[in-house]
Each structure stands twice: as C-alpha cells, then as structure tokens.
Design a protein around this ligand. Structure first.
Ligand SMILES: [Zn+2]
Length: 283
C-alpha cells in the first residue's frame, strides 16, 4: 500500500496530493486572490467570487457539497449568490436548489437548458440566463467571462475566465496528469477538448488555474495537458488512417512520455477508444 501511495504521490506532486491523502470529505475554502476562492470537496472544485455586490459560484456539484459551500460562504459574506454552470453533466450541475430557494440566478451556455431538463431525478436547477458564444458578468469589482469554445467535457461547456484577475477555471477538459476511467470518459468530446485546450492556450491570459476536480492546478500544467491530448490525437489519427481498428489501437497506442500520469496503465486504452470515436463521429 505504501509503495502505491508513493507512486501516486510521485506522479501527481502538483495535481492531486489530497486524492492519496483521503481527506476529500473536508470542505476546503482557499483564497486564491483578493475575493476569489476555490471551494474544494469530494473531488470537485467550485470557483467562488465574493464582492460587495454579490457572490458568484461556479458549479454546485451535488446537494451535500452545495450545502457545505453555502456554509463556508456565509462565514465570509451575507451578499446574495448567483450560480454559473460550467457544463451540463449532472454530477456537476445537481444540487443548486439551496441557492434557488434564496433567489439565485442560474447562468449557462444556451445548450444547457435542454440537456439539464433531462435529469430523471429532477435535481438540476435549469438555467434562467443563457448565452450563445460569450457572456460577461460584472459583479461589484469583478469581471467573469464565460466563453463557448464548442463541446468538450460537456455539450454546453463554458470556459470560465476572470480577465482582470487572470484566473482560469477548466472543468473536465482540464484534468492534468490524470487519466479518468471509461465511466467518466464516455461522453467526453476528445476532439472538442483538444480544440478547447488549443484555444485556451493561444487566446487567454491567466496565472491562476482551477481544475473542476483537482485540489491543485497551475498554469504550467496546461501546456503539458495540451501535449498529451495532441499526442493522443496524433497517434489515434495515424492509426485510423492506416486502417487500424479501434481494438487494435487500444492495444498498440502507447504514450510513454506520459506514463507517470495517474492511472495511465489502467485507463490509456479507454482514452484511445474515446479519441477514436470522437474522430469517427465528430464529437
Ligand atoms: Zn467532471
């Protein structure tokens, strides 16, 4: 067990120490910049921007987590809260009712309305403010920009950036040094994620990064993650052009420069498969 934990820690020094430590059920509110916080709990992160005109929260990620986040915000301010959704997936978008009951507005890319209405458990507050390509929120002294760069982690994905504070939040398309399992990957638009990573890298300015799942991220992890997705794309594309089947590619594609990433060995074939079908189907 110790050697496993040592290996995990070595692979994810920056990215994910808390994952190995097993203290994920503690709610952790971290001030990243003046008035800008990351709320992290249960392998999910939310951005919390606190101003003298109100509070903006990105993602609620389940009822128990929203409740814990509400309690942490109440320790800092009594300003009213509004909610932004990073994307449609229910594990991120469920749990907002506690804020709805206080009168919160819910903001998302326009494609989210229909997708979020599909929740059979009816636990997603459907957004009441939507946008198509870009949306700027000015709240007190803070600016929060939402940008739709196409689908990636979800179909109605917003890239969240605070341009003046140079804060970037990436949810599901930004999960560096970590290969998620097939169950988490099967609706991931890998070609879209590549496009998003390329555009974020070339168009946006940031010195502070929040990952929707990891407790710690950093700007220098973005180029590394882009390099991984570029390499995966190139290998799968080449194989498909040479007539290889997806099953053959799952067995033969290796990306040894990334073999220290968490769950590389276990989950690389699933990533090869998802990339192949994203190329095949267009998403
Ligand atoms: Zn996710």
């Amino acid at each position: 067990m110790k050697s496993i934990l040592t290996a995990i820690a070595a692979a994810t020094t920056l990215a994910n120490a808390a994952f190995a430590a097993g203290d994920e059920m503690n709610p952790v509110m971290t001030e990243l910049k003046d008035g800008i916080y990351q709320f992290h709990m249960a392998h999910y992160s939310s951005l919390v921007a606190i101003t003298n005109q109100g509070v903006l929260v990105v993602d609620t990620n389940h009822e128990f987590r929203a409740e814990a986040m509400r309690a942490e915000i109440a320790k800092l301010t009594d300003q009213p809260v509004e909610v932004v959704y990073s994307h449609d997936h229910f594990d991120h978008s469920r749990g907002g009712q506690i804020f709805k009951d206080e009168g919160a507005e819910f903001i998302a890319q326009e494609g989210c309305v229909e997708l979020m209405s599909r929740d059979q458990e009816n636990r997603v507050v459907v957004p009441d403010v939507t946008y198509a390509d870009e949306h700027r929120i000015e709240l007190g002294d803070k600016i929060i920009d939402l940008k739709y760069f196409g689908s990636s982690g979800g179909q109605c994905q917003s890239v969240i950036q605070m341009p003046e504070d140079k804060v970037l939040m990436g949810v599901d398309w930004h999960l560096p040094r970590f290969l998620v399992s097939n169950a988490r990957l099967n609706t991931h638009d890998y070609v879209g994620a590549l496009n998003t990573l390329r555009r974020v890298s070339s168009e946006l300015d940031y010195d502070t990064v929040i990952s929707g799942h990891l407790e710690h991220s950093a700007p220098e992890l973005l180029p590394e993650e882009l390099a991984f997705v570029e390499a995966l794309y190139a290998a799968v594309w080449e194989g498909l052009q040479n007539g290889k089947t997806v099953e053959e590619l799952k067995e033969t594609v290796k990306l040894p420069e990334f073999d220290q990433w968490l769950f590389y060995k276990e989950n690389l074939p699933a990533h090869v498969e998802r990339m192949a079908y994203a190329i095949w189907h267009g998403h």
